[in-house]
Design a protein around this ligand. Sequence first.
Ligand code: ATP
Ligand code: MG
Length: 269
Amino acid sequence: MNEIRFNKKQHSHSDEVGDIVIDHLSKTFKTDDKEVVAIKDFSLDIKKGELISVVGPSGCGKTTLLRCIAGLEKPTSGTVSSNGKVFTEPGADRGMVFQDFALFPWRSVRKNVEFGMEVAGVPKAERRERAEKYLKLVGLENFMDARIHELSGGMKQRVGIARAFVNNPDVILMDEPFGALDAQTRNIMQMELVKILEKTDQTIIFITHSVEEAVFLSDRVVVLTKRPAEIKEIIDVPWPRPRNRTDPEFTALRKKILDELEKENVMTG
Ligand SMILES: Nc1ncnc2c1ncn2[C@@H]1O[C@H](COP(=O)(O)OP(=O)(O)OP(=O)(O)O)[C@@H](O)[C@H]1O
Ligand SMILES: [Mg+2]
């Protein structure tokens, strides 16, 4: 198979997303009869090119945090910015992979992956070529003209990943992207993500419920408290990828993080 190389960004440094600064971010949802504080006074710096995982109890505010970074949710107070530029709306510089795939059911696999490029006005021949490159990368070369309903869950998520990476955004936001997959497919997808990472310098913010997945993939793991989300601990994972899940050091770190999370859950219950 031909080695697939990724196009480096053509644009100047000034508009490229660098380190991401989350500064005293708070988000409160107001409904008719109550207020829900999802995130409270949350600050974190994320380095350019870093893969950072976020783990925390269910409902603690992880998706809300990601949606604030994506510009899909407006903070109640505080900011998310890079190079002094505040993210106030979604942009092509930040791609998102959703847990529920969020594909267009009436479009073919190929047309799903081409969508962002269509919006950006990329010429047809180039769209096609780029979509095919990424669909090959995620192993869907034989399903490019299939309809979404013909695909398994794992295949759908591959389309979602190709769709995010094909636009070569500076940042990829992944909200439990492998949560709906069976264990075996999940391991395969994790390995494929590691392979993609070898060839890119994208910043990835990865939400997961799996501590093993977080330790397998990330440079740092952010452990959140129960809602409203605050940082409980940030753990460095120093080893090169790919990592060995059965390595005693790996399993020890995994257990340490699990113990931290368990304390949070006990506090909740
Ligand atoms: N649009 C909304 N309107 C009102 N409340 C919301 C809204 N979105 C999220 N919430 C509330 O904010 C809190 C945090 O939700 P969020 O989806 O961010 O949690 P999460 O950590 O992603 O949970 P999970 O692990 O289950 O995916 C929850 O109490 C949720 O009910
Ligand atoms: Mg969520």
